[in-house]
Design a protein. Structure first.
Length: 448
């Protein structure tokens, strides 16, 4: 989540039980830590229940509760008590940014350098020649007198700085044509290259602290690691445990480095014999697939829709059902949603029924990467696995007429079913018979 330095910060969390009801009777507080997870910036702030959005909400008064706030990355820790349904703590990342709409746009260091230059050129005496030891005699008297008179008139050498201002200098720098600054390996050339290859996209570079929650049963592990994958599912960085450190309650964190405009997935795993996995999307452009799970009791709805709110709670896009589709018959729904560069806010989903259910999805563009094509391919795979466009052949039976093995293929379209065209994935199904009409084991393995 991204917020502007010095502005009040809205925080909200929704606690949905396994029966799709909301936890209204919990006690919810939160703390904010520096990214080193040792220094507390804000502590013991209370979030109150909000009947309108079925969530716990608080608007942090920054001037009163965080007067030393500075730009950077922080960790938000939710503290949840008086309930048996949820973990005692939940972790989120937040980022405090400068407000580029105010001031000169220069950093304090840049403004200090300009002040030093101005002070240097207006200290005139340091440039005067010391002629006190020269004897004004003979033929040099007239020349020295001219020189002395010239030196006694320092105003003639002053640069006229009356038209200069910090904002004017900043405007001149940012309004300079990039075409005039394309020397190889210069900053101008690199900026031009980024612009030409990433037009109309939001790109980031550097490092970011990411947090994963494997639950309290996975506390104290030293084997937790992550692998980075590109948006096309190819490996970007092989699995590593370097820099991964444990938080409380089975939560782990790491500072992850990435290149300009990198987009893909962070796949966390516990590194145990039968590892648990968590997938974290990193999106940097303005079009992503977002999903919501209303549970199996809400399958087959054509009324599911969403509303977009900005970080201040103002409606950015009115409620719409356009483009919303269900993943099989799972009660999970998805939609491809477009955002402007650097937009951050909340996606409020609802079932659109007489007494609608709601789900809140926070979207922060600086932590999102466009993996739409990768997600769409996985959606097709899910549809195939729930018996949409599926074909089974090559059956083998044992002496008791029990099925020993067969092949399953899933397809991206109905017209290709039974052919070798548009196959999403192929599976081998095997079983071990244990008498007529019985088996002791059965398994399905993806083979291509």
């Amino acid at each position: 989540m991204q917020f502007i330095k010095g502005k009040n910060i809205p925080f909200s969390i929704q606690l949905i039980k396994s029966d799709n009801s909301y936890e209204e009777d919990a006690t919810v507080t939160y703390d904010i830590y520096q990214s080193d997870l040792t220094t507390v910036c804000v502590s013991a702030q209370t979030a109150s229940w909000n009947d309108t959005f079925n969530c716990y909400h608080d608007e942090l008064d920054v001037s009163a509760n965080w007067p030393t706030q500075s730009i950077g990355n922080y960790i938000l820790k939710w503290n949840i008590s008086d309930t048996d349904y949820f973990a005692a703590n939940m972790i989120e990342d937040i980022c405090i940014l400068t407000d580029a709409s105010s001031g000169s746009g220069l950093t304090p260091a840049q403004e200090a350098k300009i002040d030093n230059i101005y002070s240097e050129v207006t200290t005139y005496d340091q440039y005067k020649a010391d002629v006190s030891s020269l004897a004004p005699s003979g033929e040099y008297n007239a020349r020295l007198a001219i020189i002395q008179a010239d030196l006694d008139n320092p105003d003639q050498y002053k640069a006229d700085l009356s038209s200069l201002s910090v904002s004017g200098i900043a405007d001149a720098v940012w309004d300079e044509l990039a075409a005039d600054h394309n020397i190889a390996l210069s900053t101008g050339a690199l900026l031009s290259q980024i612009h030409s290859t990433n037009t109309n996209s939001y790109s980031t570079s550097g490092s970011i602290t990411k947090v994963v929650d494997f639950g309290t049963l996975s506390s104290g592990l030293s084997t937790v690691g992550y692998t980075l994958y590109n948006a096309d599912s190819s490996e970007y960085q092989s699995r590593t445990t370097t820099g991964v450190y444990a938080l409380s309650g089975g939560c782990y964190a790491a500072s992850i480095d990435y290149e300009n405009s990198w987009q893909g997935l962070i796949v966390w795993d516990t590194g145990t014999g039968s590892p648990d996995y968590v997938i974290d999307e990193f999106n940097s452009d303005g079009t992503v697939v977002r999903t919501v799970n209303f549970g199996t009791l809400k399958t087959g709805l054509s009324t599911v829709g969403y509303t977009l709110y900005n970080a201040l709670g103002v409606v950015r896009t009115a409620r719409t059902t356009d483009g919303v589709f269900e993943l099989g018959s799972s009660g999970c729904y998805a939609a491809v949603i477009s955002f402007e560069d650097a937009w951050s806010g909340t996606i409020l989903w609802d079932t659109g029924t007489g007494t609608p259910d709601y789900a809140i999805d926070e979207y922060n563009v600086s932590q999102e990467v466009s993996v739409t094509s990768h997600i769409n391919s996985n959606v097709k795979k899910v549809l195939g696995l729930v018996h949409s466009n599926i074909y089974m052949d090559n059956p083998v039976y044992d002496g008791d007429n029990n099925l020993v093995s067969l092949r399953i293929r899933i397809y991206s379209d109905a017209a290709s079913v039974g052919t070798s065209n548009n196959v999403i994935s192929t599976y081998s199904v095997t079983s071990v018979g244990d008498g007529c009409g019985m088996f002791s084991s059965w398994k399905s393995v993806e083979i291509g």
